[in-house]
Ligand binder design. Structure first.
Ligand code: AMP
Ligand code: ZN
Length: 109
């Protein structure tokens, strides 16, 4: 998809701090993290949001979200993890390539 910044990261046209990659999904650090270790997980195919994600793609995405959550929890020594997804502008979506936020939390943050 032209002009999609996340597609450009997937294609290697712009850099990102990748933390996980397989044939279907990619995870990299958020450029403006809510917390240290804030990671984004996305499908390599371009879909705008949850409504248009095929079930199979969504299932693969969530398997990666689980893997990344465990890795982030371990590496950040997190006490908890927030998992969230913004869908449409009214919900705060600013990048229109579906993605899931994995945000490590500390007890007193
Ligand atoms: P949202 O669409 O609201 O879920 O937010 C998109 C997220 O992407 C924000 O948290 C941004 O900080 C993050 N973001 C935007 N551009 C980049 C980039 N080039 N590399 C990493 N994260 C980015
Ligand atoms: Zn895209």
């Amino acid at each position: 998809m032209e002009n999609c910044i996340f597609c450009k990261i997937i294609n290697g046209d712009i850099p990102a701090n990748k933390v996980y990659e397989d044939d279907y999904t990619l995870a990299f650090l958020d450029i403006r993290p809510s917390n240290h270790g804030h990671t984004l997980v996305l499908p390599k195919d371009h879909f705008e949001n949850i409504y248009t994600l095929p079930d199979e793609t969504l299932a693969r995405l969530m398997l990666t979200v689980k893997k990344v959550s465990l890795a982030v929890k371990d590496s950040m020594d997190a006490d908890g993890i927030n998992i969230s997804m913004n869908n449409e502008e009214a919900a705060g979506q600013i990048i229109f390539h579906a993605h899931i936020h994995v945000i490590p939390r500390k007890s007193n943050d």
